[in-house]
Design a protein around this ligand. Sequence first.
Ligand code: URA
Length: 236
Amino acid sequence: MRLDKLISSGGKYSRSDVKKLIKQGLVVVNGKVAKTSDEKVDPDSAEVLINGEVFLYKPFIYIMLNKPQGVVSATDDKVHKTVLDLVPPELNRPGLFPAGRLDADTTGFVLITDDGDFAHRILSPKNHVEKTYEAELKEPIKKEDIEKLEQGITLKDGFTCLPAKIIPISEKFVRIIICEGKYHQIKRMFGATNNKVLSLKRVQIGGLPLDIDLKPGFCREITQEELREITTKNST
Ligand code: URA
């Protein structure tokens, strides 16, 4: 991999910053001062120092965003702010995308990454990575509706959902846990019980809860340990 690509993947320096650092003799690769930014380096084994500090190469990045209302889960949008617009420069790198979409009016946990395989793993219903939401409902939830949702409710378009888990918190406020991510899925699931979702927040992906200290609109990097919690633990 080119040296400038490797260093700029860290998010702190752009390729032109790397060029300047190299010109100033501040980049050392495997004990030798780097001369050009197109120098080829092995990302897995190269020891890179920038201004005397060890540079740690991360092949992929995983970011937790607490999405506020009104922001769209897209990489690009001419009108609305996107989830990528909320990623701070130090976490930004090419190829980022949201692993799963929330509606513009849904808030909470969006995982942003550049790791396509990981995204596929957590999104495919086959892998049973649970997504936990909190839903505020217009009408009190009925026992028979909980049963229908937990058995696998059939939507108005005929699609039958996988069984969901419902944890009632109060009569109009529930936790709902699903492994699928169809368009407007939870709103349509409650619609099929003749109820309406007034507000929706994703609070957990797999075994990893949304960080309660992360204010709406803010991001932080997900640690390797937390990453494992997503795929190895369940929501409940
Ligand atoms: N289900 C919905 O209806 N909307 C979302 O944003 C996520 C799940």
